[in-house]
Design a protein around this ligand. Structure first.
Ligand SMILES: [Zn+2]
Length: 344
């Protein structure tokens, strides 16, 4: 009797598992959970064999609900993504009678996407047979120069590394080839081009000027100004690295190196947090928070107000860490952003 009950239960479980498998294969979504480096968890998502997104969490048990939330967010993102057309680099051979306007409207792009990608002026005359290259979404094509890293490009264009990796489906973002072409999607940048054009009598000519601009557009960033939280070497940047998502930057220096509040605010957490080791979280208002992880010692208490530059902790090697360093995150409403887009 009990045996039968157990076997029935098994059947139900099997049927449920089967249904789940079918659902998953129909939508061609695969989740892989891999365990690596002890208790670090990597959740990666593939679609039609292509890695769409990887998520790394530095915590285990405490973050399991957060992981689930992240997974759900990923699913909805993926559903949205599958509806979008594939983003790619288009090659167009100019036909007789073509104008920049006609080509732009054919592909539903801004003229600046075509002119900037090909380094031609808005009043350039197109020649029949001329080959133009431009992305299938608004932005600009960027050819990798010698020694240039994805981080340089992200900082120069104020685009998240993650976004560039996603759009270009980069498998090895740390290994860019010379002359490799990347699509830089950036609405803010295009806005800036428009602004540049209106302030000068000449139309925006090449992308070099807009690429080398300093500061510039706010791009909706918080008004809080953040400073470097510690002296040291940046050993790891934000974004996809070796197929994994790194949610902050790593600054390496000897154990005990002082860590300073990147901006003023209130300490909302100071204590041990799984893979983060000794962690300090400061809330800066406007949904902005900073995380300081792997500390050898926290010097502030929860609820305490700190001013920008206050000595809040000492650098260490606690939690999931392979050497003394500070793992620093800037989050807006809980979402990690690229700290290098904020630091000044
Ligand atoms: Zn880190």
């Amino acid at each position: 009797m009990i045996k039968k009950f157990i076997s029935d239960r098994k059947n139900i479980l099997c049927a449920t598992a089967f249904l789940l498998a079918v659902t998953i294969s129909v939508t061609i979504i695969q989740f892989r959970a891999q365990s690596e480096l002890g208790n670090k968890t990597v959740i990666s998502m593939t679609m039609g064999g292509q890695t769409i997104k990887n998520l790394e969490t530095e915590n285990t048990l405490q973050n399991s609900t957060e992981n689930l939330k992240d997974l759900l967010t990923l699913i909805s993102e993926l559903e949205g993504a599958s509806k979008d057309e594939e983003i790619k680099i288009l090659t167009y051979t100019v036909k007789s009678g073509d104008t920049l306007e006609s080509i732009a409207s054919t592909y539903n792009l801004k003229i600046s996407t075509i002119t900037e990608s090909n380094k031609i002026t808005a009043d350039a005359t197109l020649k029949e047979g001329q080959v133009l290259e431009f992305p299938s979404i608004d932005g600009v094509l960027h050819k990798i120069r010698s020694g240039e890293t994805i981080w340089d490009i992200a900082v120069a264009n104020k685009v998240d590394v993650e976004r560039i990796v996603e759009v270009n489906k980069l498998e090895a973002p740390d290994k860019l080839q010379l002359d490799q072409k990347l699509i830089i999607p950036d609405i803010d940048k295009l806005k800036l081009v428009v602004r540049n054009t209106s302030t000068s009598s000449k139309p925006a000519t090449t992308s070099t000027k807009t690429l080398s601009r300093g500061g510039g557009g706010g791009g909706g960033a918080s008004s809080t100004s953040f400073s470097m939280p510690a002296r040291g070497k940046i050993t790891s940047t934000f974004g996809m690295r070796w197929g994994r998502m790194h949610t902050g930057i790593d600054i390496a220096a000897p154990t005990g190196t002082p860590i300073y509040a990147s901006a003023g605010g209130q300490v909302t957490f100071s204590g041990w947090n799984g893979g983060y080791g000794n962690l300090v979280i400061i809330d800066h208002g406007n949904g902005m928070q900073t995380y300081y992880a792997h500390n050898s010692k926290n010097l502030v208490k929860q609820g305490q107000s700190v001013s920008k530059g206050a000595h809040i902790a000492n650098m260490g090697n606690t939690g999931n860490s392979t050497g003394p360093h500070l793992h620093f995150e800037i989050r807006r409403n809980g979402t990690p952003l690229n700290p290098l887009n904020f630091l000044r």
